[in-house]
Write a protein that binds this ligand. Structure first.
Ligand SMILES: [Zn+2]
Length: 437
């Protein structure tokens, strides 16, 4: 579908050229065709694998993307040994523009199979539930997916019901590829150097472990990995891991009266005293954090409980860790000869701490979303992204919508129209960085 976009720019002394020369963009989108080509390649990552990338098959997609970028004329496009794809769209403006990067991940979640994906397109969606053709128990119910109500008239892509779709994050990849092609085909659109980065192993938390930021050479970046069209996310959880290790008192069970202090029972008492109505994943939403046991192991002598701690602020994390320690101390009063050790390890931090130092990154994205014809919505992520780690590695990196929904499941879906809006957002963002330079 070719889309002719006309827009009115706000009169501004910064933008005289665009009011006359480039007041229209003509898009011929390839995003859906690309998406359908990429999702049939199985790129599931594996948390149990020590290698990098965790699964060799992720390189199958990496090789294809590097070849397609080469074919577009991006001479430096390549796949490296760790499964990362790098490429540069060279600047075509004499202005000194900050180098921005668009980033998506190639792997799909280990939670749901990604082998033999058979995408289906529901054209011109009229509302109601979508029953997936190969497994009628798999139904995308409009009532459970409120975002469906914004999709009337759109073409919705789903699976056949037997696998995940991989819109997370191949929608983002297809969008970046389409935008790159558009910028190359339209050299009259001025932009600075634009870096493209496709990463492996994001779903297993190792997406930026082997990234070479020096080689990438970007000043700012955007992950294209968000959900609802129009969303820009500049906030993630801050995250710690806490471990409680308990040493009990062991004796022969036949002669234990008044002597034994059972480490497993102490650990169980700690878990039992966690708040019941607050502070857990199942009782919180929005900006509330939580304290969440992720594992328990032990024997009579020694037991261990692993927790993850999540909040949007560092103080919130500290409060939750203090609460955990107070619970442990209270339990230990009943076991005077046993001891405990609490260890807290930082996992990642709310990227807002870094992004707020460069407000233009989000401001320009909001403007780009508006120019793409959408209502920008600033949102926060109840989780982490590659962007949170990149931000703290020196590359501030908020997250822009890719249109993916119900990810990590067989009900995953994305619409053609949302993906096209994401492509337009990328193009506008490239233009805005040049305009404002
Ligand atoms: Zn993702």
């Amino acid at each position: 579908m070719a889309l002719f976009l006309l827009y009115a720019f706000t009169p501004s002394s910064h933008l005289p050229r665009f009011q006359t020369v480039s007041s229209s963009l003509q898009f011929k989108h390839s995003v859906t065709e690309r998406f359908l080509r990429y999702v049939v390649i199985d790129t599931q990552s594996d948390p149990a694998s020590p290698t990098s990338p965790s699964t060799e098959k992720q390189k199958d997609l990496g090789r294809l993307l590097a070849a397609e970028l080469q074919a577009m004329g991006l001479a430096d496009a390549h796949l490296d040994a760790h499964g990362y794809v790098y490429a540069t769209i060279p600047a075509n403006t004499p202005k000194k523009v900050p180098v921005i990067c668009f980033c998506s991940h190639m792997d799909t979640s280990p939670d749901c199979t990604g082998k033999g994906v058979k995408p289906q397109i529901v054209k011109n969606y009229r509302g109601g539930d979508i029953v997936l053709p190969a497994d009628s128990t798999q139904v995308i119910r409009a009532a459970e997916h409120p975002a469906m109500s914004d999709q009337i008239g759109h073409d919705i892509i789903t699976t056949d019901g037997t696998t995940l779709l991989g819109a997370d994050n191949k929608a983002g990849i297809a969008e970046i590829m389409d935008a790159a092609q558009f910028l190359i085909d339209n050299p009259h659109i001025k932009h600075g150097a634009i870096k493209i980065l496709f990463t492996p192993d994001e779903e297993i938390g190792r997406g930026v472990d082997k990234v070479d930021l020096k080689k990438l050479g970007a000043d700012f970046a955007y992950t294209m990995d968000g959900e609802i069209a129009g969303n820009i996310e500049d906030e993630t959880f801050s995250a710690d891991a806490a471990t409680i290790t308990i040493e009990g008192v062991s004796t022969h069970p036949g002669f234990a009266k008044g002597k034994m202090e059972h480490a497993i029972k102490i650990a169980a008492a700690v878990v039992d005293r966690l708040p019941k109505d607050t502070c857990s994943p199942e009782t919180t939403e929005g900006k509330e954090g939580f304290l969440h046991p992720t594992g328990i192991s032990g024997a009579l002598e020694k037991a261990r409980v692993d927790f993850i701690v999540r909040d949007f602020s560092d103080e919130g994390l500290k409060q939750k860790e203090a609460l955990l320690e107070s619970i442990v101390k209270a339990v230990m009063k009943d076991y005077p000869r046993s001891t405990y050790r609490m260890e807290v390890k930082q996992q990642y931090r709310n990227m807002k701490q870094v992004i707020d130092r460069h407000p233009e990154i989000v401001d320009y994205a909001i403007e780009a979303i508006r120019r793409a014809g959408l209502k920008p919505v600033k949102a926060s992520i109840r989780g982490g992204t590659d962007g949170s780690r990149l931000s703290f590695m020196g590359l501030p990196c908020p997250n822009i919508f890719a249109g993916e929904h119900a990810f990590h499941s067989r009900l995953e879906w994305v619409s053609r129209q949302d993906m096209e809006k994401a492509v337009q957002t990328i193009v506008h963002l490239a233009m805005i960085w040049e305009e404002r330079a």
